[in-house]
Design a protein around this ligand. Structure first.
Ligand SMILES: Cc1ncc(COP(=O)(O)O)c(C=O)c1O
Length: 447
């Protein structure tokens, strides 16, 4: 039965290049098929899996395939996917090294490789979380602890009521998960002070500097590597230096853009990233690992563990922080196994190639779109392209018509008050031939 499930998954993966990219039935239709009264009697496992696979088919989206350009998603690498199947089969709990030495060791090794590839300090702590939302939340929890401790306040014990006020700044074009993390942490997103963003979405350093003049007190500044629309990164090193003059904590949300650091060609875009205090990054986006896979790192492991860790008499732990002290969850699947396997499959050169390959394809597609007479709305610096087809209504019509072809899938966005089709090239399997098919599909719905 396990073998049958793995075979089905493998066959699905092999079919990705030929399947329609979107689901073939609507959510309402798929929901109706799944929704039934739960019977009293159980059923044989193999029968359940066969039926599940049949019901699921029409609602599957080929987001792991080579012509899915929506959001920022990457297709999961073969070894990483197989390792994830093993993690499920082994059913390990990654909370600590007593529950699973294997799960903890895989995170330890993969964490070191990740810090090296991303150009982060080797002494930084590493937590394996569900994604960049969780990474941002964990990092900002550590930041809250750190800046308030420096102000003489124990936020873990005394909470925020009556605490010294913490000033929090982020760029106008930050990702929405920063706001949600601040809401969850009790700061309230309304207290966020917005720093002016430049044309391609990077923060304006002059505005940051001006806002901080004469600042005193607890301070957190959220920067970004890889704007979700344009791919642009903030001037990280310079911004870190400015914020550190005022004793602040710098968090870098690098969900996908931090991977620029793994490429000698693109590394300059995140120059100085190692000077920040915490970083969030995803595995399940540009590193092409299976969901759920994100990473949170901090240059202050003691603040990271002090803010997130907990203990109880029945929890057997060592004197060292355990994996569970760096994340939000206690019980957790062994995510590190897929990270370990994916990085071994790629090797150092493979990670660089993955980044460079996607960036080269993005540049090429942007050029082909321009030559074909379409308007590109961003400076294509990484793997993200914005393209307009004239009026907002026409752009939305083209997006819907293109999705209906089943050849490729892109979503829409609003950038500087104008509608765009948003293309993210983040999958190791995408080839120039996929771009040709994509361009032909675009032309078929616009001419
Ligand atoms: C810059 C940035 N931050 C955070 C996120 C949230 O990532 P996740 O969906 O892994 O939580 C995204 C997702 O696209 C992103 O692009």
């Amino acid at each position: 039965m396990f073998g049958n499930a793995a075979t089905r998954a493998a066959q699905y993966r092999e079919s990705l290049g030929d399947r329609p990219v979107g689901a073939t039935k609507t959510f309402a239709e798929v929901r109706a098929a799944f929704n039934r009264p739960l019977g009293s009697a159980g059923r044989p496992p193999a029968e359940v899996i066969d039926e599940l696979a049949t019901l699921a088919e029409a609602g599957l989206v080929s987001s792991a395939g080579p012509r899915y350009f929506g959001f920022v998603v990457g297709g999961a690498l073969p070894a990483a996917s197989a390792a994830d199947i093993l993690a499920t089969g082994w059913d390990q709990n990654a909370w600590n090294s007593v529950l699973s030495p294997t799960a903890a060791a895989a995170e330890d090794a993969a964490g070191n490789w990740l810090k090296d590839l991303l150009g982060l300090p080797s002494t930084a702590s590493a937590g394996f979380v569900t994604g960049a939302q969780a990474a941002n939340t964990v990092a900002l929890t550590a930041a809250r602890h750190h800046v308030l401790k420096n102000a003489g306040w124990d936020v873990e014990t005394d909470g925020l009521a009556g605490a010294p006020s913490v000033r929090i700044l982020a760029g106008e074009e930050r990702h929405g998960t920063i706001d949600r993390s601040l809401r969850l942490l009790g700061f309230g997103s309304g207290t966020l002070e917005l720093v002016h963003s430049k044309a391609n979405g990077e923060i304006d350093l002059d505005d940051l500097r001006a806002r901080l003049t004469d600042h005193e007190g607890p301070l957190i500044v959220c920067l970004q590597a890889g704007n979700v629309n344009t791919g642009a990164s903030d001037a990280l090193g310079e911004a870190c230096d400015i914020v550190h003059e005022y004793g602040g904590w710098v968090h870098v949300d690098g969900a996908f853009g931090l991977w620029a650091a793994a490429s000698p060609t693109h590394r300059h875009q995140v120059a100085g990233v190692e000077r920040a205090d915490s970083w969030g990054c995803d595995g399940h986006k540009w590193l092409n690992l299976p969901y759920d896979s994100g990473f949170v790192f901090s240059a202050h492991p003691e603040s990271h563990a002090a803010a997130l860790g907990y203990s109880a008499s029945y929890l057997v732990t060592s004197d060292e922080p355990e994996p569970g002290d760096y994340v939000l969850e206690s019980s957790r699947r062994a995510r590190g196994l897929a990270v370990w396997a994916g990085l071994q499959e790629l090797g150092r050169d493979g990670v660089t190639l993955l980044v460079d390959h996607c960036c080269a394809l993005a540049k090429s597609l942007a050029e082909q779109l321009t030559t074909a007479g379409y308007e590109i709305g961003n400076e294509v610096v990484l793997n993200q392209i914005l393209v307009s087809f004239g009026s907002d209504a026409e752009t939305d019509r083209v997006i819907a018509a293109l999705q209906a072809t089943g050849t490729c899938w892109m979503g829409g966005t609003t950038w500087h008050s104008k509608r765009y089709m948003r293309i993210s090239i983040s999958n190791y399997q995408t080839t120039p031939a996929d771009l040709t098919r994509t361009l032909q599909a675009i032309q078929s719905v616009t001419h």
